[in-house]
Design a protein around this ligand. Structure first.
Ligand code: GLP
Length: 241
C-alpha cells in the first residue's frame, strides 16, 4: 500500500488526478470505477483542466459508478447520475454511452443488481477504482455490518450516513433510505484502487481501515487484502497514522 500525504484538499485532488491521468494515458480504453460525494469533486475539476489542456483524452474511456440512491431518477439533482454529469461527464469528451450507473428507479432489486454485475463483467472489469470513505468506514454504500456483501446489492443506509449526506438535500427527510451499491467483491476485483480522503472527520475511519482488524464492521479494512492500493489523503485525515 502506498500512502501519499497531501498538504490540503487541492493537493489531494491534484495528486489523485495525476494518478487517474496516468491510468488514462497508459491505457486509453481503461475502465474507471468512479465515486461521488464531496471528496472527489476537486479531482474531477483537475481532470477537466487536464482534458482542456489536451493532456487527457476520455473518448475511449468507460466508467462504472459505485452507487446510486434508490428512488431517484437520473435528472434528480441529488442523484449520483446528475452529480457525475455535472462534475465530470458534461465537461470532457467521454462517450456517455460508455458511462454506467445503477438505475435508481428500478424497483426489482434482484434484476438491477444482476444487471449491474453483468455490466461490470461485460466491460472487462475495472482498471482503476476511485474510492472515498465514509466517516463510518463505508466504501461505496457498503455500510458497516455483519458480513462483506459481495456483489451489487440494495442497501438500507446507516442512520449516520443519512445524517451526514443530509447536507446535500434540503432536509434529512429528503435523503433516500436505500441505495444500490457495488459490493466488496466488485471493488476488490479492480486492478488498482485509489482511496482519497480529507479532513479530520475521516481520520478515525482511515486509521481503522488501513491498520485495524479486517472486519465487515469497518468495510474499507478489506482494502488491506488488495495488492495495489494507493491512498491520497491530507494531513488531517492522516493525523492518526
Ligand atoms: C457517500 C458515498 C461514498 C463516498 C462517501 C464519502 O455517501 N456513497 O461513495 O465515498 O459517502 O462521502 P464524502 O466524500 O462526501 O465525504
Amino acid at each position: 500500500m502506498i500512502i501519499h500525504k497531501a498538504k490540503d484538499y487541492e493537493d489531494m485532488s491534484r495528486k489523485a488526478a495525476n494518478i487517474i491521468s496516468a491510468q488514462i494515458i497508459m491505457k486509453p480504453k481503461a475502465v474507471l470505477g468512479l465515486a461521488t460525494g464531496a471528496t472527489p469533486t476537486g479531482v474531477y475539476r483537475q481532470l477537466i483542466e487536464r482534458y482542456q489542456k489536451g493532456d487527457v483524452d476520455f473518448s475511449q474511456i468507460a466508467t462504472v459508478n459505485l452507487d446510486e440512491y434508490k428512488g431517484l431518477s437520473s435528472n434528480n439533482k441529488q442523484s449520483y447520475h446528475y452529480f457525475m454529469n455535472r462534475y465530470l461527464f458534461d465537461h470532457v469528451n467521454i462517450n456517455k454511452g460508455n458511462t454506467y450507473m445503477p438505475n435508481g428507479l428500478e424497483e426489482d432489486e434482484a434484476f438491477e443488481c444482476n444487471r449491474y454485475n453483468e455490466i461490470i463483467h461485460s466491460i472487462g472489469g475495472i482498471d482503476l477504482q476511485l474510492l472515498g470513505i465514509g466517516e463510518n468506514g463505508h466504501i461505496g454504500f457498503n455500510e458497516p455490518g455483519e458480513v462483506f456483501e459481495k456483489g451489487t446489492h440494495c442497501v438500507a443506509l446507516a442512520e449516520h450516513t443519512i445524517k451526514v449526506n443530509a447536507k446535500f438535500f434540503s432536509s434529512v427527510k429528503e435523503v433516500p433510505t436505500h441505495a444500490y451499491s457495488m459490493g466488496i467483491k466488485n471493488i476488490m476485483s479492480a486492478n488498482k484502487i485509489l482511496l482519497i480522503a480529507f479532513g479530520v472527520s475521516k481520520a478515525k475511519a482511515l486509521y481503522d481501515s488501513l491498520f485495524g482488524p479486517i472486519v465487515p464492521n469497518a468495510p474499507a479494512s478489506i482494502l488491506q487484502l488488495h495488492n495495489d492500493v494507493t491512498v491520497v489523503a491530507d494531513e488531517e485525515a492522516l493525523s492518526l497514522v
